[in-house]
Design a protein. Structure first.
Length: 548
């Protein structure tokens, strides 16, 4: 009789939970000049402020950083004998006892100070800031009425997006929010044998010692979303990469699950007014199942911006693996990679100085990208009509470590001297010269070709109005350096050179011949990363399109 009574109570609780969820109406899509069709959203144009900004910094930070054990922790903690399984069991216990939900509970972000971090990034030369909104762990980092598993209710009990937003306003940086949660449906499937199939009713069962569960009253299925059959065709942990577009045996998400994500994002846009949304998806959420969710979000975001800006949208949505038609509707993002040629439409590289999630091993073994590496990537990317979004991993407590801080300050030191060769520039007639300019460096999937070894033989060019900037990618040993693209007989000839200035140093001697512009390289270096020569002409001869 007692068992029947308990089952009845649990059934009522489950019904009440479902009813309460169903009572919350779908968030309305903002009306305006854009509709939820490819034809309509393809009227989007990349705003000039973003093309001018060139460089942003990202805080890819959430509850998975509590372990400080690298990327995809909330997935791999459920795979026996992996590094993260071993770390979890040795520090917290078996995932049967301590799973993702408990990692969230343990994360407090007790030393997080968004003001100091955003100021540091602004001083380093960032012109926009990206905050993690949620990861594949499905946990929202804002006051999210459509997802009770959020950072206001649980974990830090702080509105993290709200805090980042206020800091960005104080320091004049446009705020972006990255959304990754669409894939939780399949990404958290390894939790199914452990705590991934818990229900709200299970939270009302007392612990063995008679105490209440800390998550009593919350529905784990709102977090794990595993009340569905497991995907098929899984030979190994890497199979999920082939299912990223919801094919190859991926379990198909329910309409309710997809609409929940749409509602979360629309509410985020309305309440926090971000200037950028980053989707960690092929194209956008649930592309491969339906286009409707992504198109609804795009049209809402563009209309919201248009209403805020006298009818002209001023926002950016970033997506991966886009075809030429899709690049008309949103910005192409390349993960950890750089196209080997300039792109007609503006684009972005996203990369990280270490792992995406903070990793003590990366710190201990000095595996961060150096400031020099980041600057050379930035120069290359800008020459090809792109922006760089750089993630600086944040520790569990909300701070960055001293090695990361030194790298960020090193980037800032170079930017303060050479910023005019970065901001508001555009691709020149050729993006560069040297061995890497002639080489082919194909991308894999969404990118992953960033391991480029720049040298003093490599030069990158950009232009601002009638001034050309030539950056040598490392300091040369030669006293005179040959810039072949600026020769009198060059196909990119832009006029007779009047003056050459080494930024941070002053004017230098030069000689323009039929074969090259020869510039003097001083023995004293204004920085130790890469010299930038500003080239002014008696009368600049422009062209409207790069030829190489």
């Amino acid at each position: 009789m007692e068992m029947i009574k308990r089952q009845w109570i649990f059934g009522c609780l489950l019904t009440l939970s479902m009813t309460a969820s169903a009572q919350r109406p779908d968030y309305p899509i903002t009306a305006g000049p854009y509709s939820s069709s490819w034809e309509s959203v393809s009227q989007w144009t990349c705003p000039e402020w973003f093309e001018d900004a060139k460089f942003g910094i990202w805080a890819h930070w959430g509850p998975q950083c509590q372990a400080e054990d690298g990327d995809w922790y909330a997935r791999h903690m459920y795979y026996p004998d992996t590094q993260q399984w071993k770390w979890n069991t040795s520090h917290f216990g078996s995932p049967e006892v301590f799973g993702l939900k408990d990692l969230i509970h343990a994360w407090k972000a007790e030393r997080w100070n968004p003001d100091s971090l955003v100021k540091l990034y602004k001083d380093a030369g960032a012109r926009y800031f990206m905050a993690l909104g949620n990861h594949h762990d499905n946990f929202d980092l804002w006051d999210s009425p459509y997802q009770e598993w959020n950072s206001v209710n649980l974990g830090p009990q702080k509105d993290l997006i709200g805090g980042w937003s206020e800091a960005c306003k104080r320091y004049g940086l446009p705020l972006g929010v990255s959304i990754h949660a669409s894939h939780a449906w399949i990404w958290l499937e390894p939790s199914q044998p452990y705590d991934g199939n818990l229900t709200k009713a299970d939270g009302y069962v007392k612990n063995p010692d008679g105490t209440d569960k800390w998550w009593k009253g919350y529905d784990p299925q709102d977090l794990y979303a595993q009340n569905h059959p497991h995907s098929t065709g899984w030979e190994n942990r890497g199979t999920i990469h082939s299912q990223w577009g919801w094919g190859n045996g991926a379990a198909q998400p329910s309409r309710e699950y997809m609409m929940k994500l749409q509602n979360r994002v629309l509410q985020l846009i309305a309440d926090y007014d971000p200037k950028m949304i980053y989707f960690d998806d092929t194209v956008f959420p649930f592309w491969g199942v339906t286009d409707s969710i992504g198109l609804n979000i795009l049209s809402d975001f563009y209309n919201h911006s248009a209403l805020m800006n006298a009818g002209k949208q001023q926002v950016v949505v970033m997506g991966k693996i886009l075809n030429d038609d899709q690049k008309q509707a949103l910005l192409w993002d390349v993960e950890r990679g750089i196209p080997d040629r300039p792109q007609a439409r503006h684009w972005q590289t996203c990369t990280c100085i270490g792992d995406w999630h903070y990793n003590q091993s990366t710190y201990n073994n000095n595996r961060y990208k150096s400031a020099a590496h980041v600057i050379r990537m930035l120069v290359d990317i800008v020459s090809k009509n792109g922006n760089l979004l750089l993630s600086v991993p944040v520790r569990a407590n909300g701070t960055i470590d001293e090695k990361e801080e030194a790298i960020v300050k090193g980037i800032g030191a170079w930017m303060r001297v050479n910023q005019q060769s970065i901001y508001s520039t555009r691709p020149w007639k050729t993006f560069g010269e040297g061995p890497l300019a002639e080489a082919v460096n194909p991308m894999t999937g969404q990118g992953f070709n960033e391991g480029i070894k720049y040298s003093a033989k490599d030069v990158r060019y950009v232009v601002r109005k009638d001034t050309v900037f030539a950056t040598i990618m490392a300091w040369p040993e030669a006293v005179m350096y040959s810039l072949k693209a600026l020769a009198k007989k060059s196909p990119y000839y832009s006029g007779k050179v009047a003056k050459v200035t080494l930024l941070g140093h002053g004017t230098v001697k030069f000689k323009q011949t039929n074969d090259a512009l020869l510039v003097d390289v001083p023995a004293t270096h204004p920085n130790e990363i890469a010299p930038v020569f500003q080239v002014n002409f008696r009368k600049y001869i422009p062209t409207n399109q790069a030829t190489k």
